[in-house]
Design a protein around this ligand. Structure first.
Ligand SMILES: C[S@@+](CC[C@H](N)C(=O)[O-])C[C@H]1O[C@@H](n2cnc3c(N)ncnc32)[C@H](O)[C@@H]1O
Length: 378
């Protein structure tokens, strides 16, 4: 099992562990558009957080000797960093036109940081002067920055990725918090794993923020009761794991490795996020949910071209799954040539498999837009 291999705490396994979570080099091209819809949908909440900081700490916006420090957690290759950074910088400069801005792009050390720096530099420097872009490669479940140094922290579509699977799972690419799942023993183990992960993220960000500093998070969530498109999503990714991938693994006598090739990502309920904040005494300013339009479903509705649809969705899936699939097989000791063979076959098969399911693909996904701050009392 993946877990047993990961318990072996060697340098090699910790490098592999990180590599399996980072996005592929093609993430910007294959996933950037999809992510950016969620960022546009939640952008007003993001800007409201900047304004809130200024209302609580007007003197901070007068002190232009000290740069305004923004930290993004889970930047991947940067395509989905530009839109939120533009919005934050513009909101800061509307309030303090002379404010220098320092930006830290955080992700795991194994991330393709040079791609992130290039994408963010290309996206921001033609628009703004006096901005300084840096990389911070560290696991964000630990403290990444010195205490009291960050003005504004944000993280898009990242908090759902757990470091390890809390228990083995073979039925779906993700852990999706459907009512049945939450009642099962497996569900309870995944909720406990999520709680641990989110607690370490949110408590470390509290340490790093300046007084009245803001943390803005978006994440995929499920609802109670479950929404109709979430049911479609659950069925769609169940078919990918339990039909498409399983059949290919079976062909290569690797069916028992299925669990290790699946994502450790979770869609929890909104209350799972807010309950931890309450437990840790962390102030939630707002926790809103949005139906975000899936850009691939929207395009298919106009074109009815299931072949192109299948190709694009398969590329997007490859952007976040390729390393996990290949890394999982590597943990299991599978030979590198065989891993490549399986991976090529999966990503060659997916476009057709998805094209056949174009009419049952979910039109939306659900996003939590969470604003947190650090009140003066702490
Ligand atoms: C799904 S991508 C999201 C990228 C981008 N923010 C977006 O909205 O498209 C998640 C990113 O989080 C990073 N990540 C996951 N767990 C992490 C951790 N514990 N510490 C730092 N980065 C992490 C992954 O390497 C990956 O680049």
């Amino acid at each position: 099992m993946l877990e047993e291999t990961l318990n072996n705490d060697t340098l090699n396994s910790s490098l592999q562990k990180g590599s399996a979570r980072v996005m592929s080099e093609a993430y910007n091209e294959s996933c950037g558009d999809w992510s950016n819809v969620s960022i546009s949908t939640t952008q007003n909440d993001l800007i409201a957080s900047v304004k809130r900081y200024q209302e609580l700490s007007p003197e901070r916006f007068e002190d232009t000797d000290l740069p305004f420090v923004i930290a993004e957690f889970g930047c991947a290759t940067g395509a989905a960093s530009v839109l939120p950074l533009k919005a934050i910088i513009q909101a800061v400069r509307d309030l303090a036109p002379e404010m220098p801005i320092q930006i830290f792009l955080n992700d795991l050390p194994e991330n393709h940081h040079s791609l992130a720096i290039a994408a963010v530099t290309d996206g921001l420097t033609p628009l703004f002067d006096d901005i300084f872009i840096m990389v911070a490669g560290k696991d964000f479940t630990e403290q990444v920055f010195p205490s009291g140094t960050i003005d504004f922290a944000f993280s898009n579509m990242t908090l759902m990725i757990l470091p390890l699977p809390p228990s083995p799972r073979t039925d779906n690419v993700f852990f999706l918090a459907t009512p049945e799942k939450l009642q099962s023993n497996q569900g309870k183990e995944w909720v406990a794993g999520f709680n641990k992960h989110w607690t370490s993220f949110v408590t470390n960000r509290q340490k790093e923020l300046r007084v009245n500093g803001q943390l803005f998070v978006t994440a995929l969530i499920y609802d109670e009761p479950i929404l109709s498109y979430q049911l479609k999503e659950s069925n769609f990714f169940q078919d990918i794991a339990s039909i498409c991938l399983r059949d290919i693994l079976k062909k290569y006598r690797l069916e028992d490795k299925l669990s290790s090739t699946l994502k450790t990502s979770v869609s929890m309920l909104k209350r799972h996020y807010t309950d931890i904040c309450q437990k840790e005494g962390i102030h939630v300013v707002s926790a809103k949910s949005y139906d975000v339009v899936d850009c691939f479903a929207q395009e298919y509705k106009m074109t009815h071209d299931s072949r192109v649809f299948g190709k694009k969705v398969a590329q997007y899936i490859r952007g976040w799954w390729e390393h996990v699939l290949e890394g999982g097989l590597a943990y299991e000791g599978v030979d590198q040539d065989l891993i490549k063979k399986v991976s090529i076959e999966v990503f060659d098969t997916l476009p057709g498999f998805i094209a056949e399911r174009a009419d049952v693909y979910p039109e939306y996904y659900r996003v939590l837009s969470l604003s947190i701050d650090k009140p003066a009392r702490q």
